[in-house]
Design a binder for this molecule. Structure first.
Ligand code: PMP
Length: 463
């Protein structure tokens, strides 16, 4: 059956409710125990969340036993897809030997060794349990090293849930201020003003403004927190000239550069900083390095990482954590990372190119107000004609949001889970047939939904 054969007549208006009867039943039970029926703000709902029963490779099944190609992969974590056999096998073995100890295990040395060997400028590592913690400890390490309190970060970039990293993460046209001086906006009601005062927001890829702001605050800045391709800010790469300009100032002013690769480590065998020519002092890692189990890590230059060194008394930065370096996460992470060889990355890169090129060709064919950004195994569709160049351009207007909801629902009806407001990611078990399906569904969407185009041309892009 071709993609267009199984279109429902009602799909013109986005189709019937996206989730089935069993997900609806589960959600009714969940409403009784969670404040909004879920336990993560990131759970997508249309209008309800889809509950999952199991996953296998590139696919997952919902409670109503419908199969979906998973382009979310738990927000880019599952680079080998679901239930990856080498991870499942190592976990079964490790579980039989115990799940966590107050003592170190050899498994942590193996995973840290792999990271030090692969990622340039990582000489030493510390493990924790989430990307949020990794960013938090990277920021604290920079503070402990420099004795300074503040950080700079890119407007709209997502770095998890540590207060200072949250500032400016959810700015809107109503509060984001001028382009010359982006506002340090609160992420939640009651966020202390002192936190806002210690975060400088830089516009993405605007060299002169970033230079000026960094110089202005240099004496207070411990670190510049950067994601080489911030997904929520548009999945847009840092320009080489921007990297060169801000690195020069940071080096001259003693501001440490943190490369947050919790998401973007999956861009190459040696990570994202290496791919984009960014020389970082510290790295925050997570997601793929845990093989599907909770994990976070800080890595960096030997000299900077001495802030964690407790071998001669209390370190500059004490860091613990009951589950840090638990052997389950260590073993799963090692199994997943060891399988990511050059061939695996080449496969992901070529699938990513295939899909991005196919989506772009469909956009051109239909003369549609959409664009695509991304690299390697990551991609993001934008409901605007020219690819966004920064967070403000990638910001979804109500019309843009409605278009992305319609698109994601359309994909759902054709057996594909496409994240609505952040990037899609690929996994190693995905095939060229899967990639072709992703492109064909988009092509069918554009053919069917032409009536969206004029509204998007008018209101789809942020002012
Ligand atoms: N930094 C980046 C760049 C991320 O993408 C994320 C998670 N999406 C985090 C930090 C936080 O990681 P976690 O959800 O594991 O706390």
């Amino acid at each position: 059956m071709s993609v267009t054969d199984d279109l429902q007549p009602s799909s013109k208006s986005g189709g019937p409710p996206a989730v089935g009867e069993r997900s609806q039943q589960a959600y009714r039970r969940a409403r009784a125990v969670f404040p909004d029926g879920t336990t993560r703000i990131s759970i997508e709902r249309d209008p309800l969340p889809r509950y999952v029963s199991r996953g296998d490779g590139a696919y997952l099944w919902d409670l109503d036993d419908r199969r979906f190609l998973d382009l979310n992969n738990n927000y880019t974590t599952l680079i080998h897809g679901h239930a990856y056999a080498p991870v499942a096998e190592t976990l079964t073995r490790q579980l039989a030997d115990g799940s966590c100890f107050a003592n170190p295990t050899e498994s942590e040395i193996a995973l840290a060794g792999l990271l030090c060997e692969r990622i340039p400028h990582i000489d030493r590592v510390r493990f924790m349990n989430s990307g949020t913690e990794a960013v938090m400890f990277a920021i604290k390490a920079a503070r402990a090293y420099s004795g300074r309190p503040a950080i700079a970060k890119i407007e709209g970039a997502f770095h998890g849930s540590y207060d200072w990293a949250e500032v400016g993460q959810a700015s809107t046209p109503d509060n984001w201020g001028s382009a010359q001086q982006p506002a340090s906006t609160a992420f939640y009601r009651g966020m202390p003003q002192s936190v806002l005062d210690d975060v400088v927001i830089l516009p993405l890829n605007a060299i002169d403004i970033a230079r000026k702001l960094l110089r202005q605050h240099a004496g207070r800045l411990a670190a510049l927190l950067l994601d080489p391709m911030p997904s929520r800010a548009g999945l847009i790469a840092l320009d080489p000239d921007y990297i060169a300009a801000i690195s020069e100032i940071c080096n001259a002013c003693g501001i440490l550069i943190i490369s947050d690769e919790v998401l973007n480590l999956r861009q190459s065998y040696r990570g994202a900083a290496h791919r984009y020519g960014l020389k970082a002092d510290l790295f925050s890692l997570g997601k793929i390095i845990g093989g599907g189990l909770p994990i976070g890590a800080v890595g960096g230059r030997e000299e900077v990482m001495t802030v964690f060194d407790g071998s001669r008394g209390r370190p500059a930065l004490p860091q613990g954590g009951t589950f840090s370096a638990n052997p389950l996460s260590m073993a799963a992470g090692y199994a997943a990372m060891a399988a990511l060889d050059d061939a695996a990355f080449a496969h992901l890169e070529s699938l990513g190119d295939h899909i991005r090129d196919g989506l772009s060709a469909a956009i051109e064919r239909h003369d549609a107000p959409f664009s695509v950004t991304g690299a390697a195994s990551l991609l993001r569709l934008h409901p605007r004609r020219s690819a966004p160049r920064n967070f403000r351009e990638a910001f979804l207007t109500p019309a843009g949001k409605a278009a992305m909801t319609a698109l994601s629902r359309f994909y759902g009806h054709h057996g594909v889970l496409l994240p609505r407001e952040t990037c899609a990611s690929l996994s190693t078990p995905m095939t060229v047939t899967d990639a072709r399906h992703v492109v064909a569904v988009f092509d069918a969407f554009l053919a069917e939904q032409r009536e969206l185009f004029p509204t998007l041309e008018r209101d789809g892009a942020a002012p």
